[in-house]
Design a protein around this ligand. Structure first.
Ligand code: PLP
Length: 378
């Protein structure tokens, strides 16, 4: 079987499978992006965005992938004088570090081993040294399948008075992101993850004090310009019109399901996935207590790598899961279960995985991973 995007079981860690309603919404003739119809679309998106973030605030949509949202935030909010603290424990944390160093001359990094959460103590120690104006952290480290404990980090950041800037790209609409309770000043979401829209848009939530602190930053991604245009249901430059149409439909689907229900469903799928991994005698990559609910990272079975596992899943069963990134290339595979992923996706993926492993190990397939999933179904 060759890869067929129409029928594949698609569980990479984002982009995720897209609902047919969202696909259809994109297929329209050209629109005047300065016309009434499109202004109406932007107005609806503005009304729906609080459903995504779970709170009201200053919220914008940027044409550009999640990284564009991060760059917009760091360019506008990292201090020119004063320190920036970047917390890293994975590939995207390292990316944050790189972006932050373009916009802030005094960056301190607190790192934890990949697979372990960022501990509070060294963060508190750095903050106590003073002059930290912004703290940047990836909430859900997609590269290692781990959710950092923002509830634990938030009080020390809040006490320091620093801006709390969150990469929520694979967290928003997948795990609880308590923006108000944790005192988050900026959170960036990506369209292709928990929201299950196509890739290419970044949604940014800003607190009042973040808006007050905005500097011009970059020209194209100037958050002040975007906020100002949005007041008139407009965008400063030509937006990715088809993606905005898709975004509106994906937000409507999220509203119909409800944010809390989507997060709860994602959690159940994650638990089922972890149980299925156990049933196959495989090992999670991250510390289990902090395992992400949107993406499960699994160590490759001893003696088997991408060619024997992922590539066979893809070629033989048209099932797509994702490999490792950076230092973890060839060492892990990752199963995404966010957005509109559902039970049939998991059942097909693990049926195929169980077959691939039983053949490679020369042992019979028992269906144990499928039972683990069925047992968690509502
Ligand atoms: N941060 C996290 C946590 C991510 O998962 C990703 C993408 O997977 C990114 C940043 C980069 O986002 P994008 O590829 O949409 O620019």
């Amino acid at each position: 079987m060759t890869f067929d995007p129409e029928t594949t079981t698609f569980l990479i860690a984002g982009p995720v499978r897209i609902h047919p309603r969202v696909l259809r919404a994109m297929s329209t003739p050209s629109l005047n992006h300065r016309g009434d119809f499109f202004h109406g679309v932007v107005a609806e998106i503005r009304e729906l965005l609080p459903q995504l973030f779970g709170t009201k605030g200053h919220q914008v949509v940027l044409t550009g992938s999640g990284t564009a949202g991060l760059e917009a935030v760091y360019a506008a909010l990292l201090p020119k004088d004063g320190r920036t603290l970047v917390l890293t424990n994975g590939n995207f944390g390292e990316r944050t570090n790189e972006i932050a160093r373009r916009y802030s001359s005094h960056v301190t990094t607190v790192s934890a081993p990949w697979g372990e959460p960022i501990p509070v103590e060294p963060v508190a120690t750095e903050l106590a040294k003073g002059d930290v104006k912004a703290v940047c952290v990836v909430h859900n480290e997609t590269s290692v399948g781990l959710a950092n404990d923002l509830a634990a980090l938030a009080p020390v950041v809040k006490a320091s008075g620093a801006l709390f800037l969150i990469d929520g790209i694979s967290a928003v609409a997948g795990i609880p992101v308590s923006i108000d309770a944790w005192g988050i000043d900026a959170v960036v979401a990506g369209s292709q993850k928990g929201l299950a829209a196509p890739p290419g848009l970044a949604m940014v939530h800003l607190s009042d004090r973040a808006v007050a602190a905005l500097q011009p930053g970059t020209f194209y991604l100037d958050l002040r310009a975007h906020l100002k245009s949005l007041e008139k249901n407009d965008t400063p430059w030509t937006p990715a019109v088809p993606l905005f149409l898709a975004l509106k439909e994906a937000l409507l689907l999220l509203k119909e399901e409800g944010l809390a229900t989507r997060i709860e469903r994602t959690h159940r799928l994650a638990e089922a996935t972890r149980n299925a991994v156990d049933a196959l005698g495989l090992e999670l990559f991250p510390n289990r207590r902090f395992a992400s609910d949107t993406v499960t990272a699994v160590k490759n079975p001893p003696g088997l790598g991408d060619p024997e596992v992922r590539k066979v899943l893809e070629r033989q069963y048209n099932v797509l899961v994702q490999g490792g990134q950076g230092a973890l290339t060839g060492k892990i595979f990752r199963v995404g279960h966010m957005g509109i992923a559902d039970w049939p996706d998991l059942l097909v993926t693990f049926a195929a995985l169980e077959r691939v492993l039983s053949r490679a190990r020369g042992t019979p397939a028992t269906g144990a991973s499928l039972k683990a999933i069925v047992d968690r179904m509502p």
